[in-house]
Design a protein around this ligand. Structure first.
Ligand code: SF4
Length: 469
């Protein structure tokens, strides 16, 4: 029996239980992670339970991303792997949601005859109803968009948040027109969640044990532009900052053009706003930035960083960089290296340019040879490796407040010692051994003296005053 038939046989055996089960595979960004939780919540309310094993599932959903790599290929390959499961038990609902679902809609259903359901990110709120319709025999694609004035979001379920940290979508979509980006096409125009609703959700999360909330939005600091009340992102941060019991507030992703002094002064001014800013620069050449339609120059970008550092000198910075954008010369690329050197990021996410359908850049000649893109990527990454290591070294000997998330990976996988793991306010991972008889609990703030700086994380030991909040 080949592997596919083994899986199919297991599946037929394992599906004897009465309760319906769902399994969600999530690709891409934190917003997709958040959406998957909302889909799960919608299914649980409809009586389903989650299973980590697709073989046991009555509903399998792929929550997809089309921002990077070859998403469609990846989804089709995963669907092909799941085909034996579907054939062993045709009643299983197989669905694709997220950006690839939005992008291809009915065409995906037409192309994959064993696929039952396709829906877009704006239909998450109706996930259970769509799954039920598919279970009833309908093959359907629903990629209808939420209108700009419709501020309905799938509600947050505090019980679904597994630890002391939680994501919370506060706006979705994007009104920018970056030439390479498919987000406006698949996620639509900006829609903000009303302030009162966000506050209510943060309060409920905190009551449920969450201590750190990360606000999510494709262009999160454009929050409020579509709201009649006039509140902007800085107002939202200030309102959330007043929620008792919340220890830390983070947010991603901010656009440099929308990062003004009011917003940047929140670092160091508001109690809970953690000193960590993800501010994608994408390129350091003004010519390339202009062709990317980013809406700022390298000098303006570096000014924003200077403002953030003026308000909070220890703020940790991360960024996104694309190398090999159409027409990018060696000189343009060297301008990117100069910005990376000047900004001194803690971390960087870097990518080789590749065209995305429905984007303006896809109409340009992708003229930087692949080998040259790979060389540039290596070069910018090795520069950042050096800067990142220098930045990390500043923590040696410092005492940091670490928000405990749980046992460290080593403790979980190898049972190694009483190792705990958490994050500094700057979002750096710290592993530490608890004092004998004083194991911390997830959500505790523990003072840890940093004794070791490793490649990508810190290690330390609790110092006086350690303990829960
Ligand atoms: S701001 Fe971000 S999400 Fe919006 S178009 Fe530009 S890259 Fe895409």
């Amino acid at each position: 029996m080949d592997e596919a038939h083994h899986i199919a046989a297991d599946f037929a055996d394992g599906a004897a239980g009465a309760r319906l089960r769902y399994h969600i595979v999530t690709y891409g960004c934190q917003m997709n992670v958040f959406d998957s939780r909302r889909i799960g919540q919608s299914l649980r309310l409809a009586g389903y339970e989650e299973t980590a094993d697709p073989v046991m599932a009555d509903v399998i959903l792929l929550n997809t991303c089309s921002v990077r790599d070859k998403p469609e290929k990846k989804v089709l390959a995963t669907l092909a792997r799941l085909r034996p499961l579907k054939e062993a038990r045709p009643g299983t609902v197989l669905g694709v949601c997220g950006c690839v679902g939005q992008q291809h809609g009915q065409a995906l259903l037409d192309r994959v005859p064993y696929l039952d359901l396709v829906f877009g990110p704006d239909r998450v709120v109706e996930a259970a109803a769509l799954v039920e319709a598919a279970r009833g025999g309908a093959r359907l694609a629903d990629v209808a968009r939420q209108s700009r004035g419709d501020h309905a979001f799938a509600p947050v379920d505090p019980e679904a948040e597994p630890g002391p940290t939680a994501f919370l979508t506060v706006m979705k979509g994007c009104d920018k027109v970056c030439s390479y980006c498919i987000v406006p096409y698949v996620r639509g125009r900006e829609v903000s969640k009303p302030v009162a609703l966000v506050l209510d959700e943060v309060r409920r999360l905190v009551e449920g044990g969450v201590r750190e909330v990360t606000l999510l939005g494709q262009n999160v600091n454009a929050y409020g532009k579509d709201l009649a009340c006039g509140a902007d992102f800085a107002d939202l941060l200030a309102a959330i900052d007043a929620v008792p019991g919340l220890l830390r507030l983070r947010f991603v992703t901010s656009h440099p053009a929308d990062a003004d002094e009011r917003m940047l002064s929140c670092f160091g001014r508001l109690r809970t706003v953690a000193p960590y800013l993800h501010l994608p620069v994408q390129a350091g050449s003004d010519r390339v930035l202009d062709r990317m339609r980013r809406g700022y120059t390298a000098a303006e970008y570096l000014d924003k960083i200077a403002i953030a550092r003026r308000h909070c000198p220890d703020v940790a910075l991360s960024t996104d960089v694309i190398v090999g954008y159409p027409g990018e010369t060696r000189e343009d690329f060297e301008a990117t290296l100069r910005v990376v050197e000047a900004a001194r990021y803690d971390t960087m996410f870097s990518f080789k340019y590749s065209p995305r359908p429905h984007t303006a850049a896809a109409r340009l000649e992708d003229d930087v040879p692949e080998a040259e893109k790979a060389d540039r990527l290596r070069e910018v990454q090795s520069l950042q490796d050096r800067i990142g290591a220098e930045r990390l070294a500043r923590f040696l000997g410092r005492v940091e407040e670490v928000l405990v998330e749980g046992p460290s990976r080593a403790a979980r996988t190898r049972g190694a010692g009483a190792q705990w793991s958490g994050r500094t306010a700057t979002n750096h991972v710290v592993n530490f051994a608890a004092r004998p008889g004083e194991p911390p609990a997830p959500g505790d703030l523990v003072r840890v003296r940093i004794t070791d700086v490793l490649a990508h994380c810190l290690a330390g030991e609790p110092c006086d005053g350690a303990g829960g909040e």
